[in-house]
Write a protein that binds this ligand. Structure first.
Ligand code: KG4
Ligand code: ZN
Length: 345
């Protein structure tokens, strides 16, 4: 008998991307639609929550329709709806969760609440044809969160370290602003850094107490602020292109160094780890991939198959939703009850 396929519709609206995707059997991405609000938020240099919420309302229905269309399936073939419940911007989450509740009710589909960060942890499973070997060390780095995780299977994990202040992506965004670059800062800094010398300036790397796998980036951010103020003679001098490029490259190198060191420390502490996965918006960073590729040679290092799987997307939500759905099914738990958004979930 042919194996039944399970199609999950994922919906993601935790911040400034309105996204919907259809994922088959957890890892086959049939469609992945993202309406980015970057252009809208570039005008204000960051996300204005109320503006983001209104954009979600505008794009949710077309994005969901497009996801079904691209996957060449209709509602009849959707087995369940997975939606980001949190963490995220409260008003952004409410729009996606409300849409998911209404659709689940009308189309009589089970509804799966998914934690956004747990979705990021699984981004390397998307479109991955090889067998992933556990335990996996996941470094999930983005604008809103920054974790190092020991994952024993798709659903079970232990957080080994997290940020004590800013996330790495947030540091990229804030330093980009200081350098006069547009939002989001990560891609802009990495572009500018291409023409710079990463050894030109040495910025502090906070490794915290001996053995700690936590992160801290606020000191680095502050040191760049003072460095720029001093280097530009408190606003009297105009920065040269070379100065900005060297600063961007040296800052990027400091972030990459910290992330690399923490991964190497975790690998030493847990020699049973068989793969390292980079995920989250910052995992799109070329320098990080390059440095990690050299540092982690003996075990498998993965980063998401597409750049759109690094940053916020609904395919990772559908992927995590699939594994929760299968677990609940095995326990004869099927959810038809409404999901309530929770910014801290
Ligand atoms: O995962 P994501 O889309 O959203 C959150 O859950 O926060 O990550 C967005 C973050 C932003 O801070 C952005 O500056 C950063 O990821 N980012 C990058 C790159 N592309 C995106 N950081 C460094 N290098 C990049 N190429
Ligand atoms: Zn995210």
């Amino acid at each position: 008998m042919a194996k039944k396929v399970i199609n999950i519709l994922g919906i993601e609206t935790s911040c400034d991307e309105t996204a919907a995707a259809i994922v088959q059997n957890g890892t086959d991405v049939l469609s992945n639609v993202i309406a980015s609000q970057i252009k809208v938020h570039q005008k204000t240099g960051g996300v204005v929550p109320e503006v983001a919420a209104r954009e979600h309302v505008k794009y949710l229905v077309p994005v969901i329709k497009q996801a079904l269309h691209d996957a060449r399936i209709d509602w009849h073939h959707v087995d369940a709806i997975a939606v980001t419940k949190g963490p995220g911007l409260p008003s952004s989450l409410v729009s996606g969760v409300t849409a998911a509740n209404v659709l689940a009710l009308l189309k009589r589909k089970p509804l799966i609440p998914v934690n956004h960060v747990e979705g990021h942890f699984l981004a390397n499973f998307l479109d991955c044809e090889e067998k992933i070997r556990f335990p996996v060390l996941v470094l999930s780095v983005s604008g809103g969160h920054n974790e190092l995780v020991f994952m024993s299977d798709q659903l079970r994990y232990r957080v080994l370290g997290e940020t004590r202040d800013d996330a790495a992506g947030e540091a990229f965004d804030k330093v980009a602003r200081l350098l006069g670059l547009p939002y989001p800062g990560g891609p802009a800094i990495s572009e500018l850094a291409k023409g710079g010398d990463c050894l030109k300036y040495h910025f502090p790397r906070a490794y915290l107490e001996k053995g700690s796998l936590d992160f801290s980036f606020s000191g680095l951010k502050t040191s760049i602020l003072y460095f720029l103020q001093k280097g530009l003679d408190y606003g009297k001098k105009k920065p040269s292109k070379k100065f900005l490029a060297d600063t961007a490259a040296s800052f990027q190198e400091a972030i990459v160094d910290i992330l690399k060191e923490k991964i190497l420390m975790a690998l030493k502490k847990f020699p049973e780890i068989r793969e390292v996965h980079l995920t989250g918006g910052v995992s799109a960073n070329k320098r990080l991939r390059e440095v990690m590729g050299i540092a982690v040679m003996r075990i498998i290092l993965r980063h998401p198959k597409k750049l759109s799987y690094c940053t916020d997307n609904a395919a990772m939500i559908a992927c995590r939703g699939y594994f929760q759905f299968m677990r609940d099914k095995a326990l004869s738990l099927q959810r038809f009850s409404p999901v309530v958004s929770n910014p801290n979930f």
